[in-house]
Design a protein around this ligand. Sequence first.
Ligand code: AMP
Length: 569
Amino acid sequence: MDIHLSTCRKNKAAILWEGEPGDTRTLTYQQLSVEVNRLANALKSLGVKKGDVVGIYMGMVPETLQAMLACSRIGATHNVVFGGFSAEALRDRLLDSKAKILLTQDGAYRKGTASALKGAVHGILDQVPSLQNVVVLKRTGQETPMKEVRDLWWHDLISGRSTECKAEGFDSEHPLFILYTSGSTGKPKGILHTTGGYLTQARFTTRHVFDLKDEDVYFCTADVGWITGHSYLAYGPLMNGATLLMYEGVPTYPAPDRLWSMIDRHQVTIFYTAPTAIRSFMRLGDEFPNRHRLSSLRLLGTVGEPINPEAWMWYQRVIGKKRCPIVDTWWQTETGAIMISPMPGAIATKPGSATLPLPGILADVVTKEGKPCKANEGGLLVVKHPWPSMLRTVFGDPERYTKTYFSDFKKQKWYFTGDGARKDKDGYFWIMGRVDDVVNVSGHRLGTAEIESALVSHPKVAESAVVARPDDLKGSALIAFVSLKSQVSSGTPDLPSIQEELKAWVSKEIGPIARPDEIRFADALPKTRSGKIMRRLLREMVTTGKTSGDTSTLEDFSVLEKLRSSEED
Ligand code: AMP
């Protein structure tokens, strides 16, 4: 940030912000710097030092970006937890990262109402022994429980603090942040990113993939709680001295044309969003974007999941008016920054393909044995050489790091992405989705194991298996097979009401994004002889529709018994 203060960008808008109710704020680089410095001093006054972990559980307000920058200024490692996650999910992430401070807010506006953040998690904060203080930003003014001494109001804490706080120098490998993401097994992993490499690639890719110029107004719709929010809402644009637009609320509030109206009002030139969002805009109909000129746009981007050619064409025609290139950017929480993407104007695009790896990225598609795949042959997506913004470890679990990412191609020392892909005859990459037990719902990554463990923690559930079914809108829908405990199933259980109870339970345990779309019951789940649930078969069943289809009755898996013997353990 400081590099801009001695240039003409000093008084340039860094953040244009719109709250959901329509309130707006603009912060220049100079003003942003003042706020970051003040907050950094406030954090220091609470005893935050280099290497301490600061949890951030906030919404889409400028203070969230200030919080991240204030941490990095003093060498604290931030751990941003998506505001849509439940209290339990927040607790687990604070416990695992041993967070010392939590920054949060009273509430945020969503769909026209003030929805509680601090109030929703207050009850679990006592379960995190490392937590010394909780700092609460007043956004909505709603009633908020505060614990004496521990909990402080943000405005009180920063009041009267010096607006100068020297940016300290740290080793390039100093931990910048931890961001939790789901894996195929166990609890979410704390992906650790460090300073020099991460910032280098975030800066380079923002500049070149988005062809960012000083005159641009750049709008990324990702929430700050995901990696896209870190790299392409916060660090990338700000390091490049860009003007970014940040929006607090729901894209369709108060009307389905909210985003298109924002694009016109702020004269947005670059727009970056997810395929799920594009598909839902498509469903709403062309009339909403057509109410606006959208003539300021010059570049469009997508991220988070494969984009189907139909959505790509709609995006290009209705939003980009056939004038704007589309950059389909493939990357992951672990890669930290974009890895496979066209460079606009330099690489010809094909709808549905992320095109080619960026310079310096040695990505390839190989067989399980590590042999190169032929043109159009499906295989595994690997990266054969380190890159600047690669994850450095799984926080507190180096073994899991090696096992998850480097054991499939141990001999070759390649990084395995968990994605399947193919390369066409021109060498273009077509990402085919996850090949592990990770599901991408609306561009958000969820581990089926995580949802299963939430389900079996419910007193009525004996066993559960969660699989994905392709979904036109969300990419994948979550189908949970559940067998109930015998004392529950031996009576005449009210299955529809248990379905609702279990869906609500998962929302509470993890967050609404993990809520299963369907719960199906079975006396017992089909298993291999060694006792492993046959998830592959369940996946096939939900995809091909070979289940009873009636979710209020028990599935009959007896036919699957026959398949047992042919199923490999
Ligand atoms: P996350 O780390 O939560 O951002 O999820 C990363 C995963 O999202 C990748 O492993 C892919 O499965 C998927 N993904 C991200 N970007 C793309 C893209 N442009 N095309 C296809 N899949 C993508």
